[in-house]
Design a protein around this ligand. Structure first.
Ligand code: HEM
Length: 501
């Protein structure tokens, strides 16, 4: 029997499962009260209500979203190994969220403001979040300026009013904002609805193909509904009649089967072209000329399913530029790098440390890690597998070096994961310390170690003994003797043999 449709499941209960006989009348001493303290249904109901609000997004608080599919229409496998693009016709489920930037969660949709354009692709290799805007550029090129810039778009600290003084005071001192300011006050400054605007990744990202070759890339989503905007006067009227105009438009279109679509295209630039580019190709305030870097079609994004529950699926959705999949990566754009760091931090504050476990955020591919516990943790929390790595458990998750990205060369240095052991001597100072000890102290040290090390399997004991030998032969010998291990010096690794002879 489907437990969600059974008669039992339709009984109103407390969150502990107790059936509720009366949801209209509190438990009281006589008909005129007072209420009895042990009416736990009343206290649970009021207490939960008190905790219904969570922090709204610090920016992009007002938004609407829907689910859909992304379908590949053109082969771009020569640029990226990302499996969501692996063949023409391939479909990937998505969640999209559109937003204004500066307003609060209850603010009007038809404001003159950039629009957020976020798409979460639930791919077979994890989630790829494309967290862009409806403009190909942005107001700042250095992330250090973001909080100040956003303060100017919000309310005046003195009187809590929107204040043109703040924004023009700031912009007039930040010429790098002029490109985006020009778009914001142009005919495209107030999109008529979320369906009638384009989306852009804005930053330069990277693609890596099967041969581990990198290419720089920009993302473009062109609306197939056509671009439509409001004039200042029209927007004033729309806001007065329906502050939720764009939210309602998206919902109704999908309910009516009029599914909105966008054509996803890319611009690509080779590493060599980037070196010879007249501007910094990683500058978020600039576009790449389409005449030099023409659009290459990739596929169609279609939204065809409204959320069942706004809070669970849209408010709790967490989009982050750090969510990428193999074959899609970052670029030296400093604002992008800062965003990669900061969004997950915002999610932890807004939704909690285990926000990736929420159904709308969880990847659709199998996943395992060494993160444990934390508030509101559910699932099996790693079960009985070790909570540290490296470990000797054959069933525990292990890194897969074949997913390493190619090093990012920046002239004299390259950004890569360097082995911190290379060129480092981890043994001499430990050995020096040992040799400084008195005979008694050496005995106590090796006794303490043996008492603990004696408890673990022999392969781990031998691995650890190698380290003691490398620090000091006597150190190794004493521990070995105390845990009853006969050392065949010829079986030790070459470096250890060298110090034992
Ligand atoms: C949301 C920070 C630049 C697009 C957010 C949030 C933060 C943030 C903290 C709220 C996240 C949440 O609570 O879920 C920053 C910082 C930036 C930056 C520090 C620069 C240093 C940008 C740029 C774009 C962008 C350049 C677009 C190209 C968005 C979008 C959202 C968002 C679309 C809403 C995501 C959603 O739908 O949930 N940003 N942002 N941001 N940001 Fe940014």
């Amino acid at each position: 029997m489907d437990k969600h449709n059974s008669e039992e499941s339709k009984i109103l209960r407390t969150r502990d499962g107790y059936p509720i006989a009366d949801n209209q009348n509190s438990l009281t001493a006589g008909p005129r009260g007072p209420v009895a303290m042990h009416d736990f249904h009343l206290s649970e109901k009021l207490a939960h209500f008190n905790r219904e609000r969570i922090p709204e997004r610090v920016v992009h608080a007002k938004g609407a979203g829907a689910f859909g599919t992304f379908t590949v229409t053109n082969d771009i496998t020569k640029y990226t190994k990302a499996k969501l693009f692996s063949e023409v016709g391939k479909q990937t489920p998505v969640l999209a969220r559109f937003s204004t930037v500066g307003g609060e969660k209850g603010s009007a949709d038809a404001e003159r403001d950039p629009r957020g354009f976020s798409v979460k692709f639930y791919t077979e290799e994890g989630n790829w979040d494309m967290v862009g805007n409806n403009t190909p550029v942005f107001f700042i090129r250095d992330p250090l300026k973001f909080p100040d810039f956003i303060h100017t778009q919000k309310r005046c600290p003195a009187n809590n009013l929107k204040d043109p003084y703040m924004r023009w005071d700031y912009w007039s001192q930040c010429p790098e904002a002029l490109h985006q300011v020009t778009i914001l006050y142009s005919d495209r400054g107030i999109p008529q609805s979320h369906r009638h605007m384009n989306g852009y990744g804005s930053h330069t990202f990277s693609f890596v193909n099967d041969e581990n070759q990198r290419i720089w890339v920009k993302f473009h989503f062109k609306t197939l509904q056509g671009i439509k905007n409001l004039t200042e006067e029209e927007a004033t009227e729309v806001k007065a009649k329906n502050p939720d105009s764009a939210t309602e438009d998206l919902w109704n279109a999908i309910e009516e089967g009029n599914y909105p679509k966008w054509r996803f295209s890319i611009q690509v630039m080779t590493e060599e072209q980037a070196q010879n580019h007249p501007d910094n190709p990683f500058d978020l305030t600039k576009v790449w000329k389409h005449s030099d870097y023409p659009l290459i079609e990739v596929g169609i994004l279609e939204l065809n399913r409204n959320p069942e529950n706004y809070f669970a699926q849209i408010e709790q959705a967490a989009f982050s530029p750090s969510a990428v999949v193999p074959g899609i990566g970052f670029s030296p754009d400093k604002t992008l790098i800062a965003r990669v760091m900061t969004y997950a931090d915002a999610h932890r504050y807004r939704l909690g440390t285990n926000y990736q476990q929420l159904p709308v955020n969880a990847p659709r591919c199998p996943f395992s890690d060494y993160q444990r516990d934390g508030a509101m943790n559910y699932g099996n929390n790693g079960g009985s597998l070790p909570n540290y790595e490296p470990n000797s458990n054959p069933n525990a998750p292990k890194p897969a070096p074949n997913y390493a990205e190619p090093p990012l060369s920046l002239g004299d240095v390259a950004v890569d994961r360097y082995d911190h052991r290379e060129g480092n001597d981890d043994y001499s100072q430990a050995g020096d310390l040992y040799r400084l000890m008195s005979e008694d102290a050496k005995e106590r040290l090796t006794e303490n170690i043996a008492n603990s090390l004696g408890e673990v399997p022999e392969d781990i004991q031998k691995r650890q003994l190698c380290q003691f030998f490398r620090a000091d032969v006597d150190y190794g010998r004493r521990v070995a003797q105390k845990i009853g291990i006969e050392i065949d010096f010829s079986s030790l690794p070459k470096e250890a043999q060298a110090v034992t002879t």
